[in-house]
Design a protein around this ligand. Structure first.
Ligand code: DQQ
Length: 540
């Protein structure tokens, strides 16, 4: 990471320059992971003329940037090639369905196929000559119809795909069916919809195993799976878990979206327009999400780029069946450099402990806390409802009893700059409540940066389980996983002083009660390799 670009990351996916947003069509093909993504080849901000940039990897860590897979050329996508997905058709033939912005600014769904299936890199894509294959139905505005999902096969052998939309203040997943992947008919009802949710961008619909962390292929339907419906709206990725009844094309959520802040999210910080795919080699489902900037557009233009992809996360159904769990893919271990460990260390109230000897600007830290004084937790009179507000009202500098305790990341030695990721434990009637916060308020002495505090509850009972925190720290992004991945919070920060060698990492306890670090492991991270296919350089 050059000194002049302190915010570029060392192991998060990003192109060398320009604007990036949604992950598109992730897949595994002939041993290569493919990641396409929304990209503006002309600048650091979002604009017309979006393309599908394309990169491939053997390990989800090191990437080769290829030529753009799709870019505006035809009347049906002349203004932009927007988001979409890949479906692997029988015979191991990948097909892209994507949204084109046509000459008339209408959002239409287009099909593209690889030119040469024997090329594992799938460098060239051919747009179907009779595109578009799907156009907005009556009653749908021309700019509220986009982002087709990976298709699945139903009990009758038909292809099913959903497209995000909005009708009369009701966000929805409109269902289309096809026998040949070319001719699509709209099903009479949307697969799901909900009032007051906004336009459903980048929907995702996939099965998760009830009894296993393994993933399953998108077309799997049997009593051992539940189905997840994800939709992106109001700047967040919300999801519900439920039962898919294929014959009648009904999706019955266990609990529907409520349009309140109790709705489940993949991430309670910055994370949007995400997409999953099934990795058939390692039998897992992997999630990618777009993490946008928190600095100003002027800053983005100055630095020449904007947007990151999250670190890829494995995703599965929690034992409770009531939520999902996410965890960085195991390949991250390849980047682990120098390791520091701490065991059974008491942290008195009001203390700070440095994690020394690793590159704190690019690190992976995992801590398990024990709470010997759990009964001392603060009592809450009523059931708390707004965790983000609780984190905002009491940031890391506000002393509590059990907590705040956690990490101070990208911190200067004098703690002037610091991003605090921490927990507070409360008691309400006979239960304990675990609050997780990511406090960016002191992340930088710079102004004109969005320093909003994020917060969420962690669905664990500290009487039976220790409290764990893992944070992936990478110059200007911190992805935190609380309660072994039950609650995730991603933030973007722009320290001015705590950069490179000036960045430090600490464990802190700002409660009055002592806690114990039962174990801590932290690694400095090596830099991932990002290379070009030679010919790529001629593309821009
Ligand atoms: N981004 C794409 C759209 C999608 C939105 C355009 C979500 O297809 O709805 O870049 O971030």
């Amino acid at each position: 990471v050059p000194e002049t670009q302190p915010y570029r990351t060392s192991y998060h996916f990003q192109p060398p320059k320009n604007w990036l947003n949604d992950p598109n069509g992730p897949m595994l093909y002939k041993g290569f992971y493919h990641l396409f993504y929304q990209y503006n080849p002309n600048g650091a901000l979002f604009d017309a003329g979006m393309v599908w940039a394309h990169s491939v990897s053997h390990d989800l860590i090191n990437w080769i940037h290829l030529n753009h897979a799709l870019y505006p050329t035809e009347p049906f996508d002349i203004k932009s090639c927007w988001s979409g997905s890949v479906t692997i058709l029988p015979g191991n033939k990948p097909a892209i369905l994507y949204t084109g912005i046509n000459a008339n600014d209408t959002q239409v769904q287009n099909l593209a196929m690889p030119k040469n299936l024997s090329d594992p890199l799938l460098k060239e894509w051919i747009k179907f000559s009779q595109n578009p294959v799907i156009t907005p139905p009556t009653g749908v505005a021309k700019d509220d119809f986009r982002d087709p999902t990976t298709a699945w096969v139903d009990a009758e052998g038909k292809w099913n795909v959903i497209v995000g939309s909005l009708i009369n203040d009701r966000g929805m997943a409109i269902l289309y069916q096809s026998e040949d992947f070319v001719n699509w008919r709209m099903y009479k009802d949307p697969l799901h919809s909900k009032e007051k949710t906004g336009m459903w961008e980048c929907p995702d619909f996939f099965p998760v195993s009830i009894n296993s962390t393994n993933g399953v292929d998108t077309s799997v339907m049997n009593p051992s799976v539940k189905h997840v419906m994800k939709a992106s709206f109001n700047s967040h990725d919300y999801y519900i878990i439920g039962t898919y009844v294929p014959g009648v094309q009904k999706y019955i959520p266990d609990t529907d979206f409520t349009s309140t802040n109790t709705d489940l999210r993949y991430d309670y910080g910055k994370f949007y327009a995400s997409k999953t795919f099934f990795d058939s080699i390692k039998n897992r489902r992997i999630l990618w999400g777009w993490v946008n900037e928190s600095d100003s557009s002027e800053d983005d233009v100055r630095k020449g780029w904007s947007g990151l992809q999250s670190f890829p996360r494995q995703i599965w159904l929690d034992r409770s069946g009531s939520q999902l769990v996410q965890w960085p893919v195991e390949e991250i271990n390849k980047l682990h450099d120098k390791q520091v460990s701490i065991q059974n260390k008491k942290l008195d109230g009001g203390s700070v402990l440095e994690i020394p000897g690793i590159t704190a600007s690019q690190a992976d830290a995992e801590i398990v806390f024990e709470l010997p004084e759990l009964e001392e937790a603060e009592l809450l009179k009523s059931t708390p409802v707004d965790p983000q507000q609780m984190c905002t009202d009491a940031n890391a500098s506000v002393r509590g009893r059990l907590g705040p305790f956690g990490l101070l990341a990208l911190a200067t030695e004098d703690l002037t700059e610091q991003t605090a990721i921490f927990f507070r434990i409360f008691r309400h009637e006979n239960t304990y409540i675990v609050l997780m916060c990511s406090d960016q308020s002191r992340s930088s002495i710079k102004e004109n940066v969005d320093k909003t505090t994020y917060g969420a509850f962690v669905n664990i009972d500290p009487q039976n389980e220790k409290i764990s925190l893992r944070s992936l720290i990478d110059h200007s992004i911190i992805e935190s996983f609380g309660g072994e991945g039950r609650t995730c919070i991603t933030s973007r920060v722009y320290p001015q002083l705590a950069v490179h060698k000036e960045a430090h990492l600490y464990v802190f306890n700002n409660g009055t009660q002592s806690i114990t670090i039962s174990r801590l492991k932290a690694w400095g991270m090596s830099k991932a390799q990002f290379n070009y296919e030679e010919s790529c350089l001629n593309n821009e």
